[in-house]
Design a protein around this ligand. Sequence first.
Ligand code: GLU
Length: 416
Amino acid sequence: MSVVVRMAPSPTGFLHIGNVRTFLFNWLFARHEGGQIRLRIENTDTAREVAEATDFIQDSLRWLGIDWDGDVTFQLDRMDDCRRVAEELVAAGKAYEDEGAIRFRMPDEGVTVWEDVVRGRVEVPNETIEDLVLVRSDGRPTYNFASPMEDVWDGITHVVRGADHISNTPKQIQLIQAVGADVPTYAHCPDVNGTDAKKLSKRHGAVGVDEFRNAGYLPEALMNFLALLGWAPDGETTIMSREVMVERFDLARVSPSPAQFDYAKLDWMNGVYLRALTPDEFAHALVLYLGEQGYEWDAQLVRAAAPLVQEKIAKLGEFPAFAGFLFHDVEPQELDGGVEVVDAAREALAQLEPFTADSIEAALRRVLERLGLKPRQGFQPIRIAVTGSKVSPGLFESIELLGREKTLARLSARAS
Ligand code: GLU
């Protein structure tokens, strides 16, 4: 049997990273099995315009590297089909009208059972399930009706979704059985929590996929990190390429216990990915990222600065604060006793030839020696004057990139 799964986001214009993890599991499973994955927008509950949200969802998934098969479908396009089935269920005595709405009659006895790939056998006594509204009095089908019908019509073999949908599953199974269709296999993936064991929310940090993108995480690193939220190929492996993840993914190894979203681990992993890029790839990622974020900085200079920061930043988003002094003016800083060495540095650099990191370093070391200063005492005021900050990329390389004119101007400027 060929596997068909689906990603079914609601078009809210916000893609929670926990849902993205679940979409990733769908994608890894489908690609591992050589099956298909559909993208279906579940807009039954939203009256508002969905075009923008749909674009946003597709764009975010593509950025991460999650693709899908066939056209995007919209649940609301199947309103008429849903209403037709609801009427058939009424005609068959399986549903009834209730104040203008149509309700499904749940059995009062027995249990609804399924073998969940992640959680094992789940049993729900039918007497605890209330009669489900299929079509509201305004004619719109409900999510709990449209979603399983679409699963049937699309030939979905595996419903892989968040644990928050477990309570919907017995209702959906009852409906699928009532229309005489095959019930798909269900896999309910664990919640994604913060390290405090509470459901991941804005209180913990970024939660929207766009926030991670804007912060400068690499999609490959984020994907790797997300794959490990509830799944592990073994007890050890953490860094995995996309291909390896696809090859090794196993839905049956997804744990039912809540996963913990550890931001520090994500930063660590992103740093590993950044450092593993070739200098060219890193420079390219940086230029792309800055362009996307609206910085109109000279790409040539960004490329030249890239090697200075590759080992030092964990996210591309740290670049502007760390190396922005190369692209914009800096406020003159208090030099606290560093005036003498800064003046001497300006003199030493004024005529220096060639103006390269090596000769700059040699010239500045001579200045420190002459003034009897240790490197830390001597270089820090120069760094502060030139970069506007106590932390910066390598001082001599930075000065070379900044160029003589700007360097001398900054060494002359005084905080007033
Ligand atoms: N639209 C639902 C959600 O965003 C998904 C429903 C499903 O996967 O069945 O949570």
